[in-house]
Structure formats: C-alpha cells, structure tokens
Design a protein around this ligand. Structure first.
Ligand code: LER
Ligand code: MN
Length: 295
C-alpha cells in the first residue's frame, strides 16, 4: 500500500486519515530562482493562503533546513490546520551547486549535510525528504556517478531510518538533468539502496516528457510510489495543458495510492489563480473524494 506514513513521531502534527488522496501546494521558505512555486511573499503568508484556498498541506522547498527553526515551522503549519507531506531540496543544487553524486568530495559532503538537515526538519513535521535536482548530473561515467550517489545514500540512510523519514527520488526530465530521468532509472537506484524507506516521487510534468506512458510508469512505480507532483504538460496548473488528470487519478486510485497530490506549478497567470485552478481541476476530474476542504 502506497501510504505515506506520517504518524507516531514526536512533535508531528496530526495528519488526515490515509483513506483518500490529499492535496498540497509547493511553497518556498525563501526567495528562489526555481520557477514552479506558486506562492510568493513570506512562506508564512503562503501557508495561510494555501489553507484559505482549501489545501490539506504545504510542501516546503527549502535551501538549507539548518537555518530554519523546526518548532516555528511546525507551529505555523499546525495553526493553519495544514500538514507538511514533503521537504524539497532542489534549491541546494540550483542556488549552491551542491549534489549527492558530485565528483568533489567536499561538495558531496555539503550536499549530504543539507539532506541530513532536511531529514531532521522532516522528522519534526512528519514529512518525507525529496531528492530531485540534488542528486546532480552524470559526471565521468554513469557507473561512477551511481557509486558516488549510493555512497552518499549509505551515509544518509541510517539518519533517515533512525528518524523514520522516507527519502523520495524524483525522475526529472532531460532538460534539467541527464541523470535518472525515468521511473525505471529511479527504481533501479532504489533497489540498490536496499532500503524500504527510499521511494519514488512521480512528477506529471517530467513524466509527460520522459515516459512513453504516464499511466504505465505509475503502475511500474507501484508500491514504491510515495508522493506525486502535479502540473500540466506546460507546468501550468492542472487543466491548463493537455494532460488527462482524470486518467492519472484513476490509475492512482487503482494503485490504492493514498499519498499527496502536490501542486508544483508555474505562478501563471498569477500565484493565487494557479493554486486555485490546481485544486478545483483535480476535484472536478476526480470521481472519488479528494481531501482539500471539499467534495
Ligand atoms: C524540478 O523540476 C522538480 O520537479 C523538483 O521537484 C525537483 O527538485
Ligand atoms: Mn517536481
């Protein structure tokens, strides 16, 4: 069962019962060059806006979690009545050039420290940690890149296991990285980590570019699927491109997926309209209840 288990940890806010999919919105805890973040302004305002729109949770894109006070994050989110399904780490790559598979030992160590800090924050708020862009690019040959990534993972897995924090690998399209673009490639890395806490984050925007069939690849991910980023073919909010979210949701339902649909969308035509459209479209095309304040 593909449930993102987020209960039973100290300091963890209550999570809605895992009997349906939930909706979250990706927000950033600081100014970012990453464009697919709907809200701007302070992250505290973005949390409250997400709650007012009817989201169940916020996914936090964080550059350096060691600079955030986890207790403050937990209390802002709790007061808004929201959860935090996942912590994104891509800004450590985009803004600081860090990556888990980098040939430089120093850069790898700094990337590992960022993920370790993200794991500690995640443990406090009941989230998983995402390894998207932070895995890096292929440098040297593919086998050497794999060895460096798996060495980083060997250092991080005990921390994640001790704190019961899932680490989720996200296939990312070829225009952003040449390393692990497909679900199949990510499943192979997951197998090599040997850890049940390492899972798949499927992003419909990347899948539309890289997978022969989004539905088939979701099925291949199967029980390893722990989190889903939703954006349409053009990275606008669902319904404003040509992806068929009705089919995508019905496959997720067949898979008994009970995690989050997290809107990672361009702020087009403006952040508020995009965030509202994502929520309304997913509810409209869903034949069974999705949480998110309605249906
Ligand atoms: C990057 O395009 C992306 O989808 C993020 O979730 C990865 O860090
Ligand atoms: Mn994504």
């Amino acid at each position: 069962m593909a449930t993102l288990s987020t209960t039973g940890r100290a300091g963890v806010p209550p999570v809605p019962p895992a009997d349906a999919m939930h909706l979250s919105l990706v927000i950033s805890t600081e100014e970012t060059s990453f464009d697919a973040v709907a809200m701007r302004g302070t992250w505290q305002d973005a949390v409250r806006t997400a709650a007012a729109l009817g989201y169940d949770g916020v996914e936090l894109a964080v550059r350096d979690a060691s600079r955030l006070d986890a207790a403050v994050v937990a209390s802002v989110v709790r007061e808004a009545g929201l959860t935090v399904p996942a912590i994104g780490t891509g800004q450590a790559y985009l803004a600081d050039g860090l990556s888990l598979a980098h040939p430089s030992e120093d850069i790898r160590a700094r990337a590992n420290a960022r993920v370790a800090a993200a794991i500690h924050l995640a443990a406090q708020v009941g989230a998983a940690v995402i390894v998207g862009l932070l895995r890096g690019r292929i440098s040297g040959d593919r086998a050497a890149t794999d060895r460096r990534l798996l060495e980083s993972m060997r250092a991080l897995q005990p921390i994640a296991e001790q704190l019961h924090v899932p680490i989720l690998f996200e296939p990312i399209n070829r225009y952003e990285t040449d390393y692990l673009p497909t679900v199949e490639a990510v499943l192979e890395v997951i197998r090599r980590t040997g850890s049940p806490l390492v899972g798949v984050l499927a992003d419909t925007f990347h899948m539309n570019i890289e997978e022969a069939s989004i539905e088939e690849s979701l099925r291949r991910a199967g029980p390893h699927l722990r989190h889903v980023h939703v954006a349409d073919s053009n990275r606008f909010a669902p319904g404003w491109g040509h992806l068929d979210f009705s089919r995508i949701l019905s496959v997720l339902r067949q898979l008994d997926y009970r995690g989050y649909l997290s809107a990672e969308i361009l702020p087009h035509p403006n952040p508020h309209a995009a965030a509202r459209q994502a929520l309304e479209h997913l509810r409209a095309v869903s034949r069974a209840p999705i949480l998110g304040g309605g249906t």
